[in-house]
Design a protein. Structure first.
Length: 299
């Protein structure tokens, strides 16, 4: 594992001279180690180092996504990373204003810097998602961003479930629930929208008043099911927060189809699928063991 000194030295190779003295590391991300460090003028920088080769392979796609969403969210005063260094081993950009709503302690425990169930955050997130989802899929496709149709979204989940079920033992209750979900026409969207895919307080920057100032980590963004930007609002804080977010979302122009809330709940319940796919990607025994426990909790 790269140390802070190693990462600061790597930045210097790319012409970015930073100090390791006051640098800090954030291990919250599954795909990147993140170091915050200052240059000689006192400007703070974010250094992202890929954890795996497959993460590096996705950098070009993420760069296209940032170019697409930056002007869209800027209309509401929300920033996204502006990569000044982009290479297979390092991404670096000036730190955005604000601070994450959630970080991890040195022992891996969540450290909250805001109230995830707060009505103000639900209101602001709903408005942010309405703005992001307003991006026309045709515009996203023209920018080189992946576009999934509603049929493709549903089939992708079928494929993921099949892959996970082949690689792991899945409890009968989970398997039955997933099958019922896939076959329930009321849950699935009639249209897809530009989504972030992993929007939760660790990726959302807030100012001292709680206003959203930036959104990080666009690795999994694409045109997809609008519900994929909502599961955390349900899973971490409950139905009331989800409904408050949807109310703000609709008020700001977002389209709330009848099955949107139910789909957000289903996607939260399907999180073991995502983790299992991650474990298959990393191949790490600890990841596989964690996935196995999530998929067959009845053992």
């Amino acid at each position: 594992m790269n140390t802070i000194d190693d990462i600061v030295a790597l930045a210097a190779v790319h012409g970015l001279h930073l100090s390791a003295r006051d640098a800090t590391v954030n291990e919250a991300g599954l795909d990147y180690r993140v170091v915050m460090a200052f240059d000689t003028s006192g400007r703070r920088w974010v250094l992202r180092v890929p954890r795996r080769a497959d993460v590096s392979e996705g950098m070009a796609a993420e760069g296209r996504i940032l170019d697409l969403v930056a002007p869209v969210l800027a209309e509401d005063g929300v920033a996204v990373p502006d990569w000044q260094v982009r290479s297979p081993e390092l991404i670096a950009y000036p730190a955005l204003p604000g601070a994450p709503g959630l970080t991890l302690t040195d022992t891996g425990e969540p450290d909250w810097h805001m109230d995830p169930a707060g009505p103000d955050y639900a209101e602001r997130l709903g408005r942010l998602l309405a703005r992001l989802h307003s991006t026309a899929p045709e515009r996203a496709g023209a920018a080189g961003v992946e576009v999934r149709t509603p049929a493709r979204v549903r089939q992708a989940w079928r494929d993921d479930i099949a892959r996970v079920s082949e690689a792991f033992t899945v409890s009968p209750s989970l398997a039955e629930a997933w099958h019922a979900w896939i076959e329930d026409d009321t849950c699935w969207p009639e249209r897809t929208v530009m989504t972030h895919g992993e929007i939760y307080p660790a990726h959302v920057l807030l100012d001292e008043e709680g206003a959203i100032t930036g959104v990080l980590d666009w690795t999994t963004a694409r045109v997809d099911d609008p519900a994929r930007d909502l599961p955390f609002q349900y899973g971490a804080t409950g139905e009331e927060t989800l409904q408050a977010t949807l109310t703000a979302y609709e008020r700001a122009g977002g389209h709330v189809h009848p099955g949107l809330a139910a789909q957000a709940r289903h996607l939260w319940d399907a999180s073991p699928i995502g983790y299992a796919l991650y474990a298959l990607t990393t191949g790490a025994e600890t990841d596989r063991a964690t996935a196995a426990a999530m998929l067959n909790p009845e053992v």
